[in-house]
Design a protein. Structure first.
Lengths: 278, 312
């Protein structure tokens, strides 16, 4: 008996400590990025000032001069918001139909949608450039970025919504039908309020994916519609020259989304495993 | 009648959009892969516009297959994606089992742990290759320098000094060489995706049947055999899902490779396509078709394995 209590007392201290250590190790690179952003470019590469230095906001105040941060940030906000919105507008009715009126082909359609996510984007990069630049003339426009972000995320959006909608008892929807509610009414007055939690977490996750997307946004824009991904990828400084300001602009690029992520991390699992892991 | 038409109508926009998104660019890639098509050529200006008269048949495919980088790019893709999958699943399992207890500050631990997952790929790469892995200015350089001076100091001790004199002076590793930069990419992506695996495994561990475990304890089963015989099978589905979702994202890994290894020879299949596309669109398209075939093989395999279980 004595050994058991000793054991559990030891593990009461040991496991939480291990857990905290692991969490801190994983968080450390982000901490280091934020930490470095308060050093001047000179201090950032000087071992003498590794931990003791005079913190400065210089990198943040100069961000507009050095990097034109606000322009890229605004583009990120605009494109991610509208792409998420359009993906939901197209996705909600589709997922509604699949969840409540499944046909023989619903499974196959869902599988096919997921498989489009696996197509390597690089394979169609040149045709996309050719189409948008030479034929449609929409290269480097917000419209194009929104459209592409929406399409890229649509399969995941529909999958997530589908799994949330499936949880809603069919009877509730049927009851609405009995009362003579129109389909639009069903979606607007019954489905959306009931699935509001699922829809918002889908929206948040989609927004995060849009914000972090780095292939199409970089390659289908030159300047006008470029997002924060382009800013960072285009400005990876020659080694060590601008660690301070690079850290500041990187921090500013990830901060909104990491904080948003903290709020929806609970929904992340159910969302990204399509409800298969609960 | 109306019962069937309306649901179809509601799905139509999504299906049509995705069909166009898939078919139009892909058929252009297919077309370009069969013609001679370059962006600039002084000798053969007629090749700079896509035209049926520049038909090359399977010539581009042969050219790509013979290119020395093609096999290397495929091997490297396999190395990078495979290593990331193995590392994230193993680390994820270990950490999930360790962290899956009740203790003070559990919520904060979760939040700290999941944070890397939300970092944008470009920032991830910039942060790791410069501030952490740089052999001189990064933390790696500082850590190696610190270790060296520590060992140097110990060399003067009477008895221990002899032992420490046997130690070599440590050299920092440059992660900008061809092969090492692949390791850097593996490291940074593993850092980003392990939290995702942890979160999923932890959620799944919480739904494990405790009574089964208690029964096993009563039967005298060891902790290890309980883990192997009860927990691991229970985690089978989450593991499969973690592998599937990560494959979707990592097969098209690009930003990290672009930032870490521009021009140093390290490449995966998407990066090789990008290199060809600087001028030789025909070859880039043929490589693209190879990549699509490869992705399809993997997709069919994964969706067979995981997809069906998602539906129930």
């Amino acid at each position: 008996m004595a050994t058991i209590t000793q054991n559990s007392r030891l593990s009461n201290v040991l496991w939480p400590t291990v857990a905290w250590l692991i969490a801190l190790i994983f968080f450390f690179p982000i901490f280091w990025l934020v930490f470095t952003s308060f050093k001047t470019d000179q201090d950032a590469v000087n071992p003498e000032f590794l931990f003791r230095f005079t913190p400065t906001l210089e990198n943040y105040t100069n961000m507009t001069q050095n990097y034109d941060y606000w322009k890229f940030a605004t583009n990120s906000v605009i494109t991610s918001t509208f792409a998420t919105l359009f993906a939901l507008i197209v996705g909600v009715p589709a997922a509604y139909a699949m969840a409540f009126n499944p046909s023989r082909h619903t499974k196959d359609i869902l599988m096919w949608m997921l498989s489009t996510k696996m197509l390597p984007a690089a394979a169609v990069l040149y045709p996309m450039t050719f189409l948008t630049k030479n034929m449609l003339g929409i290269y480097d426009t917000h419209f194009l970025v929104i459209l592409v972000l929406c399409l890229v995320n649509l399969p995941i959006v529909i999958w997530m919504l589908f799994t949330y909608f499936k949880e809603i008892p069919k009877e509730i929807i049927e009851a609405g039908k009995m009362d003579g509610v129109s389909t639009w009414g069903e979606i607007k007055d019954i489905l959306i309020p009931l699935a509001w939690g699922g829809i918002t977490s889908t929206a948040l996750l989609t927004f995060i994916f849009c914000w972090n997307e780095a292939y199409w946004t970089v390659r289908l824009t030159t300047f006008n519609a470029s997002t924060l991904s382009t800013l960072i990828e285009g400005n990876r400084a020659p080694e060590g020259l601008f660690f301070g300001r690079l850290s500041a602009v990187s921090t500013a690029a990830i901060a909104p989304i990491v904080v948003l992520g903290w709020f929806c991390q609970k929904q992340l699992v159910a969302g990204l495993t399509f409800g298969a892991v609960k | 009648m109306a019962d069937r038409t309306l649901p179809k109508l509601l799905q139509t926009p999504a299906v049509i959009l995705l069909l166009i998104w898939m078919i139009v660019p892909l058929s252009m890639t297919l077309y370009f892969s069969f013609i001679r098509y370059v962006l600039s050529s002084t000798n053969r200006p007629e090749w700079t516009t896509p035209a049926l008269s520049n038909w090359r048949g399977f010539g581009n495919y042969g050219y790509v297959l013979k290119a020395k980088d093609f096999l290397f790019a495929i091997q490297n893709s396999v190395l990078i994606v495979g290593s990331i999958l193995i590392l994230t699943v193993l680390l994820g399992l270990a950490i999930a089992v360790l962290v899956n207890r009740n203790f003070p500050g559990r919520g904060i631990v979760r939040v700290l742990l999941i944070s890397p997952f939300f970092v944008m790929p470009a920032v991830n790469a910039v942060l790791w290759i410069n501030m952490i892995l740089d052999p001189v200015l990064g933390l790696q350089g500082l850590a190696v320098g610190g270790l060296n001076s520590l060992i140097d100091g110990l060399r003067d001790f009477p008895v221990l000094g002899y032992f420490f004199n046997l130690w070599p002076t440590l050299e920092p590793i440059s992660f900008r060489a061809t092969q090492t930069s692949a390791y850097a990419v593996i490291m940074m992506v593993t850092w980003q995706w392990t939290p995702f695996a942890v979160l999923i495994f932890m959620t799944s561990l919480q739904s494990e049947d405790e009574s089964q475990k208690e029964a096993a304890t009563l039967d005298g089963a060891s902790n290890w055999s309980k883990f192997i015989n009860l927990t691991v099978p229970h985690l089978g589905r989450p593991i499969a899902i973690v592998i599937m979702i990560q494959s979707i994202f990592h097969l098209s890994l690009y930003a990290e490779i672009e930032i870490v290894s521009r021009g140093n020879g390290n490449k995966n299949l998407p990066y090789l396509i990008g290199e060809f596309a600087n001028n030789n669109i025909g070859a880039a398209s043929a490589t693209g078709i190879f990549a699509v075939i490869l992705a399809n093989i993997i997709a069919i395999f994964l969706l067979r394995m995981v997809g069906k279980t998602l539906m129930d």
